[in-house]
Each structure stands twice: as structure tokens, then as C-alpha cells.
Design a protein around this ligand. Structure first.
Ligand SMILES: NC(=O)c1ccc[n+]([C@@H]2O[C@H](COP(=O)([O-])OP(=O)(O)OC[C@H]3O[C@@H](n4cnc5c(N)ncnc54)[C@H](OP(=O)(O)O)[C@@H]3O)[C@@H](O)[C@H]2O)c1
Length: 244
């Protein structure tokens, strides 16, 4: 495979304590990058970073807390020399019928999935620009097709897609913007759904269909190791048996 990427690049991954973020950390270290793992569960991050050895540092940071992200960026600069890749992966999917009972869920999804990604990007942007960086935004099939029961979640992922396309044009050619849109992936994502009937139905659906977090991580690692003359702008990855 041809690549003109510097193998000692540094990736910051939000939501690296489980699922796609954790798998991406492992895949990027296997590809030769060093990684900064960000999430709220510090114990999980420490365990993963411990396994990855010198190539990884763990930083407790909530993406809804800008001060925590600024402190994380300072550590990445000091300890790793700055970020070349930012993977905006932290997310929650709090599905359910639209109602006032779910209003806290809608706010949380917007604050984590959309504003969290926007804030992390504005905080790390100078580092990404310095030497040519990659911004990987984890969207979803729900960033392309909305359905009954996922309106709030789809709003955040459609938001990520629109924001990413604007940024792509604004940041080229210094920073490549790569949007990844997974279908059903087996992770902890559905554990946090607050509407019980929706949680059960979603877990049944995912159990039968899902691909692995490692499948998505390999795609991310492939995308960020392409030669800089090209960009995989938008990548939709569904289980083969997923209809929509
Ligand atoms: N699984 C799927 O089927 C699927 C499909 C399409 C898209 N996605 C997207 O993939 C991304 C990763 O999800 P996943 O499936 O890997 O689920 P997951 O295992 O639940 O991972 C979500 C990650 O986000 C972190 N997170 C949540 N709130 C956060 C906050 N306020 N600040 C910082 N980190 C936060 C969690 O860490 P802490 O709790 O430790 O903070 C966790 O590491 C999400 O953006 C999701 O929308 C998933």
C-alpha cells in the first residue's frame, strides 16, 4: 500500500473508552501512530492506554466541557508534540418516540454528538493545521436517513454531515475532512437508551445484524493513512444485511 504519511503521527480520539473509539485507538497504534485517548471514564482509558504502552496516553475529558478539552490539548502538545489527527467519535444515541419525557436526551445528544465535536475541533484546530492534519467525524447512517424514533439522534448526525462539508471546503488543503457513517455496530451505544421498549427493540435489531467496532476502526485507519493528495470524504459502512 502506498502512503506518504509520517508514521509518527499523533491521533486524538474522543470517546476512546469503549466501542469504535477504543477499537480505533488499537488500529491506529497498529498502523504506527501514537494516540491520546479521551473520555469521561478514566479507569477504562488507563487500562487501554496501559495495554497500548508508550504509544498511548489517557486523558479524562468530557467533550461538553470546553475547559477540559483545552487542558487536554495542552497535554497533547506537551507530551506528544501536538495532534495530527482528531477523531470526533464521542457520542450517545438516546432513541425513542418524540416527547417531552425525552427532552433531556435531546439536549444531551446535541451537546455531545454535535457541539462536542465542534468544540473539540475548534480547540485542536491549530494543532491539526500545523503540518497537515486529518479531521475524522463519526456520523452514522442516521446522518443520511432519518426514521420514526430517531429524530433527535438523526438531527445531530445530519448536523455533523452539514458541518463537515462546510469545514471540508474551508480547511482544504491543510486539513482533510473525513466523514464515517457506520450502520449497526456491536458496542455499548444502545445500553444508554432511556426509553425501555425502544432499548429492547434496538438491542434485538443490533444483535442480529451488527458488524464489529474493529471493522469500522480498520476503515478509519485506512482513511488517515492515504497519501495526502487524496481524501475519502464520506464513507458509509453498513452490515451487508442492513436494509437502510
Ligand atoms: N454502534 C453503532 O451502531 C453506531 C452506528 C453509527 C454511528 N455510531 C457512532 O459511533 C460513535 C461511537 O459510539 P459506539 O458505538 O462506539 O458506542 P460506545 O461504546 O457507547 O462509545 C461511546 C463513547 O463516547 C464516549 N462519550 C459519551 N459521552 C461523552 C462525553 N460527554 N464526553 C466524552 N466522551 C463521551 C463514551 O465514553 P465515556 O462514557 O467514558 O465518556 C464512549 O467512549 C458515536 O458517535 C455513535 O453515534 C455508532
Amino acid at each position: 500500500m502506498t502512503t506518504d504519511q509520517n508514521p509518527s503521527r499523533v491521533a486524538v480520539i474522543t470517546g476512546a473508552s469503549s466501542g469504535i473509539g477504543e477499537a480505533t485507538a488499537r488500529a491506529l497504534v497498529a498502523a504506527g501512530l501514537r494516540v491520546a485517548l479521551l473520555a469521561r471514564r478514566a479507569d477504562r482509558l488507563q487500562a487501554i492506554a496501559g495495554e497500548l504502552g508508550d504509544a498511548a496516553i489517557a486523558i479524562e475529558a468530557d467533550v461538553t466541557d470546553r475547559d477540559a478539552l483545552v487542558a487536554a490539548a495542552a497535554r497533547v502538545q506537551d507530551e506528544l508534540g501536538g495532534a495530527d489527527v482528531l477523531v470526533n467519535n464521542a457520542g450517545v444515541m438516546l432513541l425513542g418516540p418524540f416527547s417531552s419525557e425525552q427532552r433531556a436526551d435531546y439536549r444531551q445528544m446535541v451537546e455531545v454528538n454535535l457541539l462536542g465535536a465542534i468544540t473539540a475541533t475548534e480547540v485542536f484546530l491549530d494543532q491539526l493545521r500545523d503540518g497537515g492534519g486529518d479531521l475524522v467525524n463519526i456520523s452514522s447512517v442516521a446522518g443520511r436517513t432519518a426514521r420514526a424514533g430517531n429524530a433527535g439522534y438523526a438531527a445531530t448526525k445530519w448536523g455533523v454531515n452539514g458541518w463537515s462539508e462546510g469545514l471540508r471546503q474551508e480547511l482544504m488543503p491543510d486539513v482533510r475532512v473525513i466523514v464515517v457513517e457506520p450502520g449497526a455496530v456491536a458496542t455499548e451505544l444502545t445500553d444508554h437508551i432511556t426509553h425501555e421498549a425502544t432499548k429492547e427493540a434496538t438491542q434485538d435489531y443490533v444483535r442480529d445484524l451488527a458488524i464489529t467496532a474493529g471493522d469500522i476502526a480498520e476503515v478509519i485507519a485506512f482513511a488517515v493513512t492515504r497519501p495526502r493528495r487524496m481524501t475519502l470524504n464520506e464513507i458509509l459502512v453498513r452490515p451487508t444485511a442492513q436494509e437502510r
